[in-house]
Design a protein around this ligand. Structure first.
Ligand SMILES: [Zn+2]
Length: 493
């Protein structure tokens, strides 16, 4: 664990540095006013991927195979195109600037393209630098206007450049990794190869507790699945929602949002250390980790399973969830498994807490009865594009009905049969950020409109109002949850 104040990869635009010129509008020496941003999707996805593929089919890379910055390949005397210097300049939350200076030995550099991707996601975004005059040596720059998008602080960004000269030589630079550093606070961090936690204006003991919780939470998922992650999972903790909302696009940060999880990173705000270390961090880190495991999964990961494995990772004893579910079983109020997820689900306001508790017990039943290694098998089988019904059959020898009956028996309330599923009328499902730690207290404000999904939502948590009187809450959107819980978690391949 190495306490650090920021990334060693990234340099903040600083006019005082010699030899480094910053465009004036980008060089702010004081914290910019919190900026409300407009929602705008970037160019990405298919277009970026296709163009990336196109880049790889362009004429053979010249003498010029891709060369790392400042390092020449040993098998060629000298590449036709070489990188002289490259850097990124963060002006969080407004922009991130990429710069490159390159030279061709055989002609004018006539084309340049920047490709970048966020977190552990494979989706490439393509960007064109500012217009430049073709010449043997060029200085290129691209400023990504992050002020109009939701780009979380400290997210890992991997990028490369593609350059073409007039002789047809192509240079694709080696991928470089940076992080989008927020320097508007005096951030502190602790890291190892598994996790990185960021906090500010809190004692070291606060950060140590966050770090310890993050490590144990990460290790639990790693132990269950035997899997790893491409890099450390990042945890960013803000002290207030006002601070937290600064990275959101305009009108995208709703009052009820307490945190959001992205690819490789979760950002949360609050003040209750116990709530963070026992609930929030273990829950959200599970989403980060499992999000990576399911990243290329084409089959639908049921919402109840996705949330169940996250709640299962929380470090509390879960006695409250067990009591709630057993009471519901005793009173005949259990939400049937067929209504726990999938389109047409029907969890209504007032049952969210029970829904989460049941999701937990459905997962805990597997771990308790068959062992955590078997739970890991279920997860990995599902991740390998096996539908949940078949995954349960292959790993536990149970179809969905047998699974539900076994779960009921494990709860202490066996049944002789499971009612035949009722065909429900088709409901119009509205895409909606999934509730997560819906485990926070009931927010006091009820929004009057349906929240809009953020740009890269994996998991959006309601805002905490510490100290939490209860970890279970109605989500503030009431009946909208009817659609929300029907919205399965699926990662596009
Ligand atoms: Zn969750």
């Amino acid at each position: 664990m190495i306490p650090t104040g920021g990334s060693r990869w990234q340099r903040v635009c600083d006019p005082s540095q010699s030899g480094h010129t910053c465009a004036a509008p980008r060089c702010k020496q004081t914290k910019p006013e919190r900026k409300r941003k407009t929602f705008k999707r970037w160019v990405r996805g298919t277009v970026g991927s296709l163009l990336a593929m196109l880049a790889l089919t362009l004429p053979p890379v010249s003498a010029a195979s891709p060369s790392p910055v400042g390092e020449l390949p040993t098998r060629v005397a000298q590449p036709a195109i070489e990188v002289l210097e490259q850097e990124t300049v963060s002006d969080f939350p407004d922009s991130l600037t990429f710069r490159l200076r390159a030279r061709s030995r055989e002609g004018d550099i006539v084309s340049a393209t920047l490709f970048y991707r966020l977190g552990w996601d494979d989706t490439l975004t393509l960007a064109r630098p500012a217009p430049f005059t073709p010449a043997p040596e060029v200085a290129l720059g691209y400023t990504w206007d992050t002020g109009n998008q939701t780009v979380p602080p400290f997210i890992q960004i991997t990028y490369h450049w593609q350059l073409i000269d007039s002789a047809g030589n192509v240079l694709i630079t080696n991928p470089a990794q940076i992080e989008y550093t927020d320097r508007t606070h005096d951030w502190r961090s602790l890291r190892d190869e598994r996790v990185v936690v960021y906090w500010y204006d809190r004692p070291d003991a606060f950060g140590q507790a966050l770090f310890q919780a993050a490590v144990e939470s990460y290790d639990h998922v790693a132990r269950i699945t035997g899997a790893g992650t491409p890099g450390p999972a990042r945890v960013v903790i803000y002290n207030s929602q006002a601070d937290f909302c600064v990275f959101y696009a305009r009108d995208a940060c709703q009052p009820w949002v307490g945190g959001q999880t992205f690819s490789g990173l979760t950002v949360q705000w609050g003040n209750d250390l116990d709530w963070f270390t026992y609930d929030v961090i273990p829950h959200e880190l599970a989403h980060v980790f499992y999000g990576e495991i399911f990243r290329n999964t084409g089959v639908r990961v049921p919402t109840w399973f996705n949330e169940g494995i996250a709640v299962y990772n929380e470090r509390s004893d879960h006695s409250r969830e067990m009591a709630m579910v057993r009471q519901a079983a005793a009173e005949g109020d259990l939400i049937p498994l067929r209504l726990m997820g999938g389109r047409g689900g029907s969890v209504v306001h007032g049952q969210v807490g029970l829904w989460y508790a049941e999701a937990y017990t459905l997962v805990a039943f597997i771990a308790d009865t068959y062992g955590e290694a078997k739970l890991g098998e279920v997860i990995l089988t599902l991740a390998a594009n096996t539908p949940i019904e078949e995954a349960l059959r292959q790993t536990l020898g149970l179809d969905l009905v047998a699974y539900e009956m076994a779960w009921r028996a494990w709860l202490g309330y066996p049944v002789d049969s499971i009612p035949t599923p009722i065909t429900l009328p088709t409901l119009e499902v509205t895409p909606y950020p999934l509730p997560t730690g819906a485990r926070g207290p009931r927010p006091t404000d009820t929004p009057s409109s349906t929240p809009t999904p953020a740009e890269h939502p994996q998991d959006v948590a309601p805002a905490p109002t510490p100290p939490p009187p209860s970890r279970v809450a109605c989500l503030p959107f009431g009946a909208v949850l009817l659609g929300a819980l029907a919205w399965g978690v699926k990662r596009d391949a």
